[in-house]
Design a protein around this ligand. Structure first.
Ligand SMILES: Nc1ncnc2c1ncn2[C@@H]1O[C@H](COP(=O)(O)OP(=O)(O)O)[C@@H](O)[C@H]1O
Ligand SMILES: [Mg+2]
Length: 365
C-alpha cells in the first residue's frame, strides 16, 4: 500500500491509508505500508493505523526517517529495493499488487500508475489514461461531452490564451452568463475555486481576479456556468468480479448556511456540510444518477473504482460535475459510506478492489 505523497492532500491520504490498513484482511494479505513524504521520498512505514490518524489535533504525515526504498522498474526483477544498495539482489520481496491510496497530482493523475505499468505490478484503480483525464477538468469535460453526457457549459483558458488573448478569453467567459465557477484545471478539495456573480456593468475585473487566483494553482483554468438551485449528489462506482462497473446508493451533500458552495472549509471543517447517505431522492432520480455515474466512469475509461459527483436539477435532470478516480477512504469519506449503505462494508470493499487489480493485471487490456 502506497500513501502520503507530494500533493496538498498528503494528510488526507494518510488518514485514508489508516482506514485501508485497518480494513485489509491479514489472513489473506501481507501488507507492506510504503509512505511517500511530501518531498517525494519513498520510505517503509510502520504497519500501525493508529499512527495515521489525527492525534491531538495534529494531521498525520509520512515520517521521513523510515528506511528509504524504491520500486524496481525492472519487470524481470520486480519488488522493492533498498535505495542506494549497490547489490539490488536484496529485494525486499516481490510485490503482487499495489493499492495507491494517493490523492491529487503525482498519485491520482496517472504518473505513479505509469511507474506501476513499467514495473509490471498490478495496482488498484484506474490506469494512466483515465487517471490523467479525470485529474484535468478540461479534458474530463471534453470526454463527457463526447459521450453525450449533460453538463454545465464551460470554457478552458490555457496559459497561452490568457497571455496572448486576454480580451478573447474574457469574451468566451462572458458568453457563459453569470454566475460562473472559476477552477484550476488540475486541483482538488475546492482549492483555488471561486464563484463569481459578475455585475454586467462592472466589467470583467472580478472574473480576471478569479482566473488569477485559479492560476496560482494551475496555468490551465476552467470556467463554467454555475448550476443554480441544484442538489449536489454523489455516487460510488465499483467494478464487480466479472469486470462490470456497478453503482452504489447515492449520497447528498447539503452545505450549511454561510458557505456559498462546497468549498475547502465546508469539506474539512466539521459541521459545515451534512452528508446524507442514502440521499432522499425519488427512486427514478436515484436510478438516473447511478446510470450517469456509470456512463461517466466509462466515458473516461476508468477502472476499479471512482466516485462520480453530479448536480440534480429541480426537474430531476442530472448534470455530471466530476469523477474522482481515488476518492477518500477516511471514516467520514463518502465513497466507503455509500458502499456500506449498499451492503459492502469496508473490509469487503478493499478486498474486492485488490482482487479487481489482480484480475486486470498490467499492460494493454
Ligand atoms: N458549475 C457549478 N455550479 C454550481 N456549483 C458548482 C459548480 N462547479 C463547482 N461547484 C461547487 O464547487 C465545489 C467544488 O467544485 P469541483 O468542480 O467539484 O472541484 P473539486 O475537484 O475541487 O472538488 C462543488 O462541490 C460545488 O459545490
Ligand atoms: Mg468536487
Amino acid at each position: 500500500m502506497v500513501f502520503g505523497g507530494r500533493s496538498s492532500e498528503h494528510a488526507i491520504s494518510c488518514i485514508s491509508a489508516g482506514s485501508v490498513l485497518r480494513a485489509l484482511d491479514r489472513s489473506r494479505y501481507d501488507v507492506l505500508p510504503l509512505g511517500i513524504t511530501p518531498s517525494g521520498r519513498w520510505v517503509l512505514a510502520p504497519d500501525d493505523p493508529e499512527r495515521l490518524a489525527i492525534t491531538a489535533g495534529v494531521l498525520p504525515a509520512v515520517d521521513p526517517a523510515g528506511e528509504a526504498v524504491a520500486l524496481s522498474v525492472d519487470p524481470t526483477r520486480p519488488g522493492l529495493v533498498p535505495r542506494g544498495e549497490a547489490d539490488v539482489s536484496a529485494v525486499l520481496g516481490a510485490v503482487d499488487v499495489v493499492f495507491p491510496v494517493l490523492h491529487g497530482p503525482w498519485g491520482e493523475d496517472g504518473t505513479i500508475q505509469g511507474l506501476f505499468e513499467l514495473a509490471g505490478v498490478p495496482y488498484v484503480g484506474s490506469g494512466v489514461f483515465a487517471s490523467a483525464a479525470a485529474m484535468d477538468k478540461g479534458h474530463m469535460k471534453a470526454l463527457f461531452a463526447a459521450a453525450g453526457l449533460s453538463q454545465a457549459p464551460y470554457v478552458v483558458l490555457t496559459d497561452r490564451d490568457w497571455a496572448t488573448d486576454r480580451a478573447g478569453s474574457l469574451a468566451r467567459v462572458r458568453k457563459l452568463g453569470s454566475p460562473v465557477f472559476v477552477k484550476p484545471a488540475r486541483a482538488g478539495s475546492s482549492v483555488g475555486i471561486s464563484r463569481v456573480a459578475a455585475d454586467p456593468d462592472a466589467g470583467s475585473g472580478e472574473v480576471e481576479e478569479a482566473v488569477e487566483q485559479a492560476r496560482r494553482h494551475d496555468p490551465r483554468v476552467v470556467v463554467e456556468a454555475a448550476v443554480v438551485g441544484a442538489r449536489e449528489v454523489e455516487c460510488g462506482v465499483l467494478v464487480d468480479a466479472g469486470g462490470v462497473p456497478r453503482a452504489s446508493v447515492c449520497a447528498e451533500i447539503v452545505v450549511r448556511e454561510g458557505h456559498e458552495f462546497y468549498d475547502f472549509e465546508a469539506k474539512y471543517l466539521e459541521d459545515a456540510a451534512d452528508l446524507v447517505v442514502p440521499a432522499a431522492l425519488p427512486e427514478t432520480v436515484a436510478d438516473r444518477v447511478r446510470a450517469v455515474a456509470i456512463e461517466a466512469f466509462e466515458a473516461l475509461a476508468c477502472e476499479g473504482l471512482a466516485r462520480c459527483d453530479v448536480f440534480v436539477l429541480p426537474d430531476g435532470d442530472v448534470l455530471v460535475n466530476e469523477v474522482n478516480t481515488m476518492p477518500g477512504f477516511t471514516s467520514i469519506s463518502m465513497y466507503p459510506r455509500m458502499w456500506a449503505a449498499s451492503g459492502v462494508e469496508l473490509p469487503e470493499l478493499v478486498h474486492r478492489l485488490v482482487q479487481d487489480a489482480l484480475r486486470r493485471g498490467t499492460g494493454l487490456r
